[in-house]
Design a protein around this ligand. Structure first.
Ligand code: FAD
Length: 478
């Protein structure tokens, strides 16, 4: 499988001719740095990338892919490597195309959209949008580091409630992408109406980087809105879940965000932000409007439903400083849990259907029960409750070795699969296949899985791009 030293030299020389020698690295440091994901298993030398390339243009990426097909050698496209589902821990040695030099962001306000390159960092794009009175419709906990290319590949909504303004893909008017065989394709429209019928954009947004490397993203400029902020504390997770269920059933205006933390989990975030611990499990939510009156009115309507399940406390938050503290306590709670315990945090993604939300919440609360390794660990629980999404997680003890840690991660993904299949749902974040192929097969059958395999084979006959992601092996299998 591995390249001879002669072929390796040929490969790196050719890469240097394409992007310039400065932008090709074979240093062991860069190979490790660009070959790891957020899971701290040790790097395995035989799987490390051969070389890291930093192209500047789609044309250079096209040349890199054509070259890779001649060897053939796998190509992995990398933004910031923050994937939580294994997509940035490569299963075979290959070329890593790191997109961070592709960081142009241009506004075409007279057309009503902006275009960015994949290496732009989410937060920078958010800020630039805000400065122009526009809202970037994606809000991950990793916004300070995640690349736009990575977010598009995952089509994440993150903290934004799909039922409120839709998913990121609804705002992407088109992309430029380089196919695994090197052709450059443009999809979508320069108009503000998404194409009806077959729109190839959909193959790349949420495509897990399997069908092409996205090199340009056209995003509709959505005007920013006025916000109203709300807060509730519930004595039990069951009443919290029933409150959210009511909000949907009673057809309230959907909030833009609605996050929750179970009481003991919330304590950690509150403590770090210097707030008194809550008396119960908490939710906080944001309603939007053109005017403050409209946003406040929508918030009142949401509160009317939430109140019927008897929260210990429920109110508007008008103090923005208080809101910022609460929001940041939740937004990076995974990092705070790690910070407090100096250990690695790992969480799953369970999505409920509306009808079974209270039951599913209970299963999320007891997620680790009965699992050989995970049941030995304390469970933390939080999530995007407005999207009926729960993230139960555990801290992996520092003294566990790689094999034990990997086994625990396998337990996590298997239980996640079991629950999402049971509730007839599918995760809305983090990518689909890298560790979730088994879920995909169980949920959509071999027919669905094989259809995707056939799409992939048509555009990528040598299985060059992100090899191993579609196969979706769990960490103990590779
Ligand atoms: C602290 C933290 C918080 C997070 N919070 C959230 C959250 O709230 N919601 C959420 O959904 N996720 C969250 N994530 C995970 C999330 O998937 C990533 O942060 C983000 O989507 C990936 O961006 P990235 O640049 O790191 O991509 P990478 O990890 O580098 O890549 C992810 C996948 O995208 C592909 N890819 C990258 N660039 C391109 C491109 N240009 N063209 C085609 N494919 C490409 C890669 O090949 C890979 O398959 C979080 C992660 C961390 C560490």
């Amino acid at each position: 499988m591995s390249l001879s030293s002669e072929d390796l030299k040929k490969l790196t020389d050719s890469l240097g001719e394409i992007v310039g020698e400065t932008y090709v690295s074979t240093s062991i440091f860069e190979r490790i740095r660009n070959g790891l994901d957020v899971y701290p298993y040790s790097a395995e030398r035989e799987k490390l990338p051969y070389a890291i390339v930093l192209p500047k243009t789609a044309e250079e990426i096209s040349e890199i892919l054509k070259l890779a097909n001649t060897f053939p050698v796998p190509v992995y496209v990398r933004g910031s490597g923050t994937s939580l589902a294994g997509a940035s821990r490569y299963k075979y040695p290959g070329i890593v195309v790191n997109t961070h030099r592709m960081d142009a962001l241009e506004f075409y306000e007279d057309y009503g959209y902006a275009e960015c390159e994949p290496g732009c960092v989410c937060y920078d794009v958010m800020q630039a949008f805000e400065e122009r009175g526009a809202f970037l419709p994606v809000a991950p906990g990793s916004k300070l580091i995640a690349s736009m290319g990575g977010l598009v590949a995952n089509n994440t909504s993150a903290h934004i409630i799909d039922a409120s303004i839709g998913k990121f893909s609804d705002y992407i008017l088109g992309v430029q992408a380089v196919l695994p065989t090197g052709e450059i394709i443009e999809t979508g429209t320069k108009g503000l109406r998404r194409p009806a019928g077959t729109d190839l954009t959909k193959f790349f947004v949420g495509g897990d980087g399997l069908l092409g490397i996205v090199t340009r993203i056209r995003i509709r400029l959505v005007p920013t809105f006025v916000k109203a902020h709300g807060y509730a504390v519930y004595g039990s997770l069951d009443s919290l879940a029933r409150g959210v269920q009511r909000m949907y059933m009673e057809k309230r205006p959907m909030p833009l965000y609605m996050e929750f933390m179970e009481k003991e989990t919330a304590k950690i975030g509150y403590e770090i932000k210097g707030m008194d611990p809550p008396e119960g499990s908490v939710i906080f939510f944001v309603a939007t409007g053109i005017t403050q009156q409209e946003a406040d009115g929508k918030l009142d309507q949401i509160i009317q439903s939430l109140k019927k399940e008897h929260p210990l406390e429920i109110r508007h938050i008008s103090d923005l400083e208080e809101w910022e503290k609460l929001w940041s306590a939740r937004e990076v709670i995974g990092s705070y849990i790690m910070q407090k315990n100096e250990s690695q945090f790992s969480s799953a993604e369970i999505v409920s259907n509306l009808k079974d939300l209270p039951e599913c919440m209970e299963e999320a609360r007891t997620f680790n029960q009965g699992l050989p390794l995970l049941s030995q660990l304390r469970l933390y629980l939080f999530g995007h409750i407005g999207s009926l999404t729960m993230h139960p997680g555990v801290l992996i003890p520092k003294d566990w070795d790689d094999a034990k840690f990997k086994q625990a991660v396998v337990e996590k993904f298997n239980r996640e699969t079991e629950l999402n299949v049971k509730y007839g749902t599918c995760g809305g974040e983090w990518g689909q296949f890298s560790h979730r192929a088994d879920f995909f097969r169980k949920r959509y059958g071999d027919l669905g899985y094989n259809l995707v395999r056939q799409f992939k084979a048509v555009v990528d006959p040598n299985n060059i791009l992100n090899r191993g992601v579609f196969e979706g092996n769990l960490p103990t299998d590779f």
